[in-house]
Design a protein around this ligand. Structure first.
Ligand SMILES: Nc1ncnc2c1ncn2[C@@H]1O[C@H](COP(=O)(O)OP(=O)(O)OP(=O)(O)O)[C@@H](O)[C@H]1O
Ligand SMILES: [Mg+2]
Length: 282
């Protein structure tokens, strides 16, 4: 990253309220990274400043999906090998990319001077960002509690598979038990039969509401579609490549909803959110 970002931020409205969106699932390989990257690109196309925090080590999303190789990561910053400005990468889609470089739990568990500096540095970097999108490769664990508490919108990605539903139920139940209540949008991905998926989704959200005490405010059905694989092979976000495929239309609806969303404010301020996010002072 060079001075471009800082100049961009300097000229922005000081009153911007950064919204933190986290994409998670109960089970791996359900399309979280694909959705995170495309959502980030869509929001950036709407003139929003977006930081995509790739906290998933399983898959080099930035490299594969945004055509950027983040050589330096948050881990290098924490180890005092790099400055923060050196670990945030611009992409040609207008999204800024920050790679964790290690499991997000290692970052939260990290102790050292740099961790305290991080708040100030990260604040400078992101205070005027409109959205921080966090792509995680993992479900709920107690050491990630702060991360979940900082989130304004949680996007839960599920599939129709019983294991996905079971694990998502467990995740939702744990969040409810811990009193963590972000706004939740749910995406059922890789759907082949829309009618069946809708019925499953309806029943599942009802079960979540009744037995886990979790309310899902919006539901989306995303079909299994060849265009998704094509976009990955071509290293071009789907929303750029194939605007009319069903997954792309679904992402557009999600993006529009997020753009028009009023996030419940006043729960915790931005500094608290960041502290919480990184497990500082807890
Ligand atoms: N709607 C879809 N149609 C077809 N293929 C899809 C769809 N959504 C995702 N995929 C494919 O599924 C695979 C897994 O997607 P992705 O890596 O985004 O999942 P993930 O949840 O981030 O996985 P992990 O848990 O490993 O991080 C990718 O190859 C992606 O191209
Ligand atoms: Mg992933």
């Amino acid at each position: 990253m060079d001075d471009v970002l800082f100049n961009e931020l300097k000229n922005r409205d000081e009153t911007v309220d950064t919204k933190i969106i986290m994409i998670t699932s109960g089970k791996g390989g359900v399309g979280k990274s694909f959705i995170a990257v495309n959502l980030a690109v869509l929001l950036a196309k709407n003139d929003k400043s977006v930081l995509l925090f790739d906290a998933d080590v399983g898959f080099a999303n930035g490299e594969i999906l945004l055509g950027v190789t983040p050589r330096n990561t948050l881990k290098d910053y924490l180890m005092e090998k790099r400055e923060l400005k050196d670990i945030v990468y611009p992409t040609k889609y207008g999204v800024w990319l920050l790679s964790g470089g290690t499991d997000v739990r290692d970052i939260i568990a990290f102790k050292g001077k740099r961790k305290d500096d991080f708040i100030g540095d990260f604040m400078k970097l992101t205070e005027n960002m409109d959205y921080i999108i966090i792509d995680t490769g993992i479900g709920y664990m107690d050491d990630l509690r702060g991360l979940y508490e900082a989130v304004d919108l949680l996007i839960l990605v599920i599939t129709q598979e019983p294991t996905s539903l079971m694990n998502t139920y467990t995740l939702a139940k744990l969040l409810a038990l811990r009193g963590i209540e972000p706004e939740i949008h749910m995406i059922m991905n890789m759907v082949r039969n829309v009618g069946g998926a809708r019925r499953t989704m309806e029943k599942f959200t009802m079960v979540l509401e009744r037995f886990a005490g979790i309310e899902v405010s919006e539901q989306y059905i995303m079909k299994y579609d060849r265009s998704v694989k094509d976009s990955i092979i071509k290293q071009t976000p789907l929303v750029e490549l194939s605007k009319h495929s069903q997954p792309s239309l679904c992402l557009h609806r999600l993006g529009e909803s997020i753009l028009s969303m009023e996030i419940k404010r006043g729960k915790i301020g931005f500094i608290e959110k960041m502290r919480s996010l990184l497990g500082i002072g807890r």
